[in-house]
Design a protein. Structure first.
Length: 412
């Protein structure tokens, strides 16, 4: 409830992703339901429900353009029960915008030991989203207070540093997502705010608004020269067209005419067409969220969590066991061999058994400090032999980074 959907909806509207008539329609609908403050959030929710009715095959719920980038928004829901979706959504993002509720009590709750702000920042970092922007929302409800913004910036900087981010590389922007202050134009309500600064290897960048911060995102180098790996987010059955899997190209390219294999189900098929944002493509490249039409194949055995690869170029295979470096971020007890939590890797969620704890490492240096430890606890880093309990496809981090990192959740 920190205002993610409202802020995002407002951005999409302002950047031309939704036209005025549509917004007025949403405004009227929201008002009729007595929820007029929801008009921007409606933009996203509407897009979602339309997607559920099968009208659109875009996963990027909102698409908008800035002066520098074409942006696809994955609105990762904040509520607890959505953590699983957040893990799959986030693992496909280049930059995360952490929207925090600046109001007294709410910010403190979010950053507490079990708070969501904390959980989201940790997940984003663990899943490899290296760029972060912090939007301190609802500043209107804190009387646009400079002191409040400073306090939040200070506390979050300390916390983000612990998670692994360099606070100097994170723009902090005080905003009102609903009123639009500092979202795309400088706020007149916060004359004390002189803008954000971000220091990265590429140099220093400055700006004022959230949109400026989004423009300062550096697109990561894409893994185009490697063989194709495309984890599926969804599969649609479309009348008259057939089976259309959707997902983000992580490495390599996907082209019409290509023979592809889905792993671990081991189904092969030919790609007829590839499209993104309703446009036919000659090829889908890393970073593109595409839908592709398959010749003559039923949806059986092809679903979320399967990995699509080129049948003729190092196709992906089922993983029988793998060794992984695991960091225990937060766990109440000791973890020993035999533990079987849910592993979230790319878009798949599969229970994996900790077959054997091979070695314990020093968290800072990565050097080995113990062979075959009996157990590990919060703060420990270990190399663990893991065995999936059902068919699963992962890759080595060295070869295919996006398919070689994962998060572990305990269902209890």
């Amino acid at each position: 409830d920190s205002g993610k959907s409202t802020t995002t909806g407002h951005l999409i509207y302002k950047c031309g992703g939704v036209d005025k008539d549509t917004l007025q329609k949403y405004e009227k609908e929201a008002a009729e339901l007595g929820r007029s403050s929801f008009k921007y959030a409606w933009v996203l929710d509407k897009l979602k429900s339309e997607r559920e009715r099968g009208i659109t095959i875009d996963i990027g719920l909102g698409n908008f353009e800035t002066n520098k980038h074409k942006i696809s928004v994955i609105d990762a829901p904040g509520h607890r029960d959505f953590i699983k979706n957040m893990i799959t959504g986030t693992s496909q993002a280049d930059c995360a915008i952490l929207v925090v509720d600046s109001t007294t009590g709410e910010f403190e709750k979010g950053i507490s030991k079990d708070g969501q702000t904390r959980e989201h920042a940790m997940l984003a970092f663990t899943l490899g989203v290296k760029q972060l922007i912090v939007a301190c929302n609802k500043m209107d409800q804190e009387d646009w207070s400079e002191a409040r913004f400073s306090k939040i910036t200070e506390e979050l900087s300390t916390f983000l540093k612990k998670v692994g981010y360099n606070p100097k590389s994170v723009p902090f922007v005080p905003i009102s997502g609903f009123q639009g202050d500092n979202v795309f134009e400088q706020s007149e309500n916060m004359p004390w705010y002189k803008g954000w600064q971000r220091e990265t290897k590429a140099g220093v960048s400055n700006g004022v608004t959230l949109l400026d911060a989004i423009d300062s995102v550096v697109p990561p180098t894409r893994l185009q020269d490697k063989p194709l790996r495309l984890p599926l987010q969804d599969v649609y059955k479309i009348g008259g067209i057939g089976t259309v899997p959707v997902g983000r190209v992580e490495t390599g390219v996907i082209k019409p005419g290509m023979n592809v294999t889905f792993s671990p189900s081991n189904i092969t098929s030919e790609v007829k067409t590839v499209e993104m944002h309703h446009e036919q493509l000659t090829e889908g490249k890393p970073g593109d969220i595409v839908g592709f039409n398959l010749a003559d194949v039923s949806t059986k055995g092809i679903g979320r969590g399967q990995v699509c690869s080129d049948s003729t170029n190092d196709p992906a295979k089922e993983t029988v066991s793998f060794n992984a470096q695991v960091i225990v971020l937060n766990h109440p007890g000791e973890i020993a061999a035999g533990y079987s939590p849910i592993v979230d890797c790319h878009t798949a969620h599969v229970a994996c058994k900790f077959q054997e704890l091979l070695e314990k490492l020093d968290r800072r240096t990565g050097k080995k400090i113990e062979d075959s430890p009996q157990s590990i606890k919060t703060g420990d880093v270990a190399i663990i032999k893991m065995v999936p309990t059902k068919p699963f496809c992962v890759e080595s981090f060295a070869e295919y980074p996006p398919l070689g990192r994962f998060a572990i959740r305990d269902m209890r």
